[in-house]
Design a protein around this ligand. Structure first.
Ligand code: SF4
Length: 388
């Protein structure tokens, strides 16, 4: 049985989702489709042979129906796609059944949906409004994960910054007190999340790791306004400075959208300057992708595909150079790495500040161990070293 959790965040991810559905159908067996793409695009219902179509509400229903679907894969079910219903709906794959996942890092979803109105984004339409998960539920899930042996928790959501059941600083304090968990991170955060309260909790925490990923999208005020992002460049700079002052060892990575409609060379260069000036440790660069149903899709001034590709490559190149300089600073340093995979005598994992590291070791180690690694070189992507 194939259960395909589709994505619609960009036109490309929608295309890939449809491709994977067709590939699964060609292989035979029972195919169930859930997630954003099916929520968004009713044409998916026209793909012949799919046994089950669900949107984003009650995704777990497909597991409850699995036996029935397998017995008679010709039966076709369609679940309600209404997102206006009850509050946060937990999806516990990988947490209730942690025994089937050999890993030491776990994503804990703390909210669903978004009330934002960014002009390029289809997410509020397919995920509905913000529903935050009660603190008590988060605590019990993290405790369960700790008992299962997970060392690192990533608190995440569709728009993690929109979590409104309690301040994020409270979640930092709570996870800090849960025995067994050694590392805490958040998924992508809006710069508006960076407040004194948040940084105080992060700086006081023994477990909050010195790395933050921000969704910035552009460093041009004109473009940020067209994107309807809830901050401007001055505020972005202020947040970067707050982080650098309170936690000078913190590495910051970010998302940027390249080639938003009407983006000029000068707008683009402001983003490049920002990446260089603030030494971002990693950049996820997304070429603008118009999503039907969003305000940006019908904006004039689209950037030609070739220029879009060129700008994306330029941003990636600058980001690589910045990252290489950061990685080179670690030569001769000792770092702590959570071991996430082992293959042919090579260990891989992330440092506390979220740099990918590969190393060999004199003594045998296992996944989930935190190793002290002496760094001797870098290949521009990874830190490379050796552990005792
Ligand atoms: S805040 Fe994030 S999820 Fe919400 S509309 Fe903007 S980009 Fe989309």
């Amino acid at each position: 049985m194939y259960i395909i959790n589709t994505c619609a965040v960009t036109a490309e991810s929608g295309r890939k989702s449809a491709q994977i559905i067709r590939r699964a159908l060609n292989r035979g067996g029972c195919v169930a489709v859930i997630g954003c793409y099916s929520q968004l695009d009713p044409t998916i219902n026209e793909i012949q042979g799919v046994s089950y179509i669900g949107g984003n509400r009650d995704k777990a229903a497909v597991f409850r129906k699995a036996d029935e679907l397998l017995e008679n894969s010709r039966t076709r079910y369609e679940e309600s796609f209404d997102l206006s219903g009850p509050g946060y709906e937990s999806l516990c794959i990988g947490t209730q059944r942690t025994d089937v996942f050999s890993t030491c890092r776990a994503y804990v979803k703390i909210e669903d949906g978004c009330n934002g109105r960014c002009s390029y984004c289809i997410i509020p339409k397919v995920r509905g409004p913000v529903r935050s998960r009660p603190v008590a539920e988060i605590i019990s899930e993290v405790q369960r994960l700790a008992i299962k042996g997970y060392k690192e928790i990533i608190l995440t959501g569709i728009e993690t910054s929109a979590y409104d059941y309690a301040p994020l600083s409270e979640l930092i304090n709570i996870v800090d007190g849960i025995e067994g968990i050694e590392r805490l991170r958040f998924g992508s955060l809006s710069p508006n999340t960076i407040t004194d309260g948040f940084l105080t909790a992060a700086a006081d925490s023994r477990k909050f790791m010195p790395h933050i990923h921000l969704s910035l999208q552009s460093a041009s005020d004109r473009i940020l306004k067209l994107m309807r992002r809830p901050y401007n460049k001055e505020q972005m700079i202020k947040k970067m400075e707050m982080i650098n002052t309170r936690m000078p060892d913190m590495l910051i990575s970010a998302d940027f959208i390249v080639g938003f409609p009407t983006e000029t060379e000068s707008d683009f260069l402001q983003t490049i300057d920002f990446v260089n000036a603030y030494g971002l440790s990693h950049v996820h660069a997304f070429p603008f992708s118009p999503r039907p149903g969003t305000a940006a899709a019908s904006m004039s001034g689209k950037i030609p595909a070739r220029e879009l590709k060129k700008r994306n490559e330029i941003l990636i190149e600058h980001s690589r150079n910045v990252k290489k300089r950061i990685l080179e600073r670690y030569n001769g340093e000792s770092v702590k790495v959570l071991i996430e995979s082992i293959a042919k005598g090579e260990y891989r994992g992330h440092t506390e500040d979220f740099l990918e590291t590969k190393f060999t070791s004199f003594t045998q180690k296992k996944i989930g161990d935190i190793a002290e690694v002496n760094i001797s070189s870098t290949d521009g992507e990874y830190l490379i070293g050796r552990s005792e």
